[in-house]
Write a protein that binds this ligand. Structure first.
Ligand SMILES: Cc1cc2nc3c(=O)[nH]c(=O)nc-3n(C[C@H](O)[C@H](O)[C@H](O)COP(=O)(O)OP(=O)(O)OC[C@H]3O[C@@H](n4cnc5c(N)ncnc54)[C@H](O)[C@@H]3O)c2cc1C
Length: 511
């Protein structure tokens, strides 16, 4: 019998595990995946882009067509592959905001409620950044634990030129641990591929290295890998989860517990609750509101590549700055558009497929060195019809109508980026010739999934209360991205971690 079972080891599960571990409670962490081996393929562009570490599970879209979700079942969850951009949501993200596609609802808590937890999360994830440069930075942003990562000549020049034309680019806050953070080593750590790759050097701080590994230092904590939770069982009253059914290497076990923290990721957490329907919860566990699985969000995002025949980009680590100038309505844009980040480099197939026509006869390496890669993100808005359901066979079915969402903001954001480059040509003549290409994410792009078990005061319109405890149950908590009532347009992991720390505080104090 365990005091606490945590399901999942990603940004939410890993973070809450290290928060609960010192309590001395008997804790079991259940993870359906395994550790990613530290092997040469970690940084092999072809191996990773072909899906070496991704699940091959099939999910289904609204029409019943199968697709492979871009998601990872491993210790550390998707944070093992993330780009480590660690943003706080902006103050206004917690309020009601008007967008092209409608209203982004108010959160039931404010940015002030999250302040201590954002600070704790930034320390835990060793975030490198600089306060005071983002025009929409949260009012109470504290100093970052570390200075921004060092900038390479190419991105430094681009950054300076952005400021010359009035674009207030700022260094992306990054979750990294570097040899040069604490001392002056003879060999500083140079960052390479980690945006979309596991990092065998462990410079990238993820939920495995910062969370699970710390939790496992405590003898009261056990991790079960290759262990998939398949159902949560309740007592006769239906008010308490009493055990978790787990498939371990093909064998079924039932493990008893006093409390469950669900952190399987927004889509799998909703699916597990739907699968856990019983007599007292005929529509799925914690689903008296019929809200479980609804309001799925994943950001409207995609990549834009500036192909620059006259400009050589030989950056080893391109991911340096973010442009937040269009995040809210202003004189420049009547409604919020989102934000733009430099990103890690694309793979060879992408350069050849998208950029090949601009560089006849040139190989992918040449094209990559004449390309500047940007990641654009606009907020998507909660829509009850965008939702997770189960097929008759119990597989995940994802209903997501991207086109009905905030796409106009996203398309306007692309135009802004192109206009920025038109202005840049005035200060850097090598940028006079720019060809644009790119791609938008489709239904399989579930990296920023959230919102499927939203929290709120009203048990008829939300699944979780303000402590992320299920309204319908006394001992079921959620610590992953499911709780978001609105997504903002910044990457979610720091907010997931901050919220997991908040939920952990509540459990430590009250159970
Ligand atoms: C390529 C990529 C780049 C990204 N870059 C960034 C970035 O730069 N910044 C940022 O903020 N975010 C980024 N993200 C998103 C970020 O990684 C996620 O938002 C975050 O990891 C979600 O945390 P989570 O705890 O909600 O879920 P996850 O990290 O998905 O963790 C869920 C865990 O639960 C496990 N699990 C699922 N079902 C079960 C089950 N039934 N039983 C047991 N275990 C189960 C999974 O294996 C997984 O380990 C990126 C994601 C990807 C894929």
């Amino acid at each position: 019998m365990y005091d606490i079972i945590i399901i999942g080891t990603g940004s939410g599960g890993g973070t809450i595990a290290q928060k609960l571990a010192p309590s001395g409670k008997k804790i079991l962490i259940i993870e359906r995946g395994d550790f990613i081996p530290r092997e040469k393929e970690n940084w092999d562009i072809e191996a990773v882009s072909k899906g070496r570490y991704r699940t091959t599970e099939k999910w289904y879209d609204a029409a019943g067509n199968a697709f492979e979700p871009y998601t990872h079942y491993v210790v550390g969850g998707n944070s093992k592959m993330y780009g480590a951009a660690s943003f706080r949501l902006r103050d206004e993200d917690f309020s009601e905001v008007k967008h092209y596609a409608g209203i982004s609802p108010k959160w039931p808590l404010t940015s002030i409620d999250y302040l201590p937890y954002y600070k704790e999360a930034e320390a835990l994830f060793s975030v490198h950044g600089q306060k005071g440069l983002d025009p929409f930075e949260p009012k109470n942003q504290s100093d970052f634990p570390f200075e921004p990562i060092s900038v390479e000549p190419f991105t430094k020049e681009l950054y300076i030129n952005m400021h010359k034309i009035g674009v207030r680019a700022f260094p992306i806050p990054m979750a990294v641990k570097l040899a040069q953070d604490e001392s002056t080593p003879d060999a500083p750590h140079i960052l390479g591929n980690f945006d979309g790759y596991p990092d065998p050097s462990e410079a990238k701080v993820d939920a495995h290295t910062s969370g699970i590994r710390s939790a496992l230092k405590y003898s009261n904590v056990t991790l079960l890998t290759n262990a998939k939770a398949t159902k949560l069982n309740t007592d006769e009253s239906g008010k308490k989860v009493v055990s978790v059914e787990v498939e371990i290497n093909g064998e079924m076990s039932t493990i008893a517990t006093n409390l469950v923290v669900l952190a399987a990721g927004a889509i799998n957490s909703a699916a597990l609750l739907l699968k856990s329907a019983n007599e007292k919860h005929p529509n799925g566990l914690a689903n008296s509101s019929d809200q479980v699985g609804r309001n799925y969000m994943t950001h409207i995002n995609g990549c834009q590549i500036a192909f620059t025949p006259n400009k050589l980009n030989v950056s080893a680590f391109q991911k340096y700055f973010c442009i937040g100038d269009y995040y809210y309505a202003s004189a420049e844009n009547e409604l919020p558009l989102g934000e733009i980040q430099l990103m890690g480099k694309n793979d060879n197939d992408t350069y050849l497929g998208i950029g090949g026509e601009f560089f006849p006869g040139k190989d992918a390496h040449y094209i990559a060195q004449h390309a500047i890669d940007f990641w654009l993100t606009s907020e998507d808005l909660p829509d009850p019809n965008n939702r997770v359901k189960l097929t008759e066979n119990g597989d995940i079915q994802l209903f997501y109508n991207r086109e009905k969402n905030n796409v106009e903001a996203f398309e306007n954001l692309k135009i802004k980026l192109h206009q920025i480059f038109e202005k840049l040509a005035a200060v850097d003549p090598d940028l006079k010739e720019v060809h644009w290409g790119g791609y938008d994410l489709g239904i399989s792009g579930v990296s920023h999934q959230c919102g499927t078990l939203r929290f709120g005061n009203d048990s008829s319109t939300s699944v979780l209360d303000l402590n992320c405890k299920a309204h319908d149950l006394d001992n079921l908590f959620v610590a992953d991205a499911s709780f978001f009532p609105a997504s903002g347009a910044y990457n979610p992991s720091l907010t997931i971690a901050a919220n997991a720390l908040r939920v952990g505080d509540f459990i430590n104090t009250n159970f």
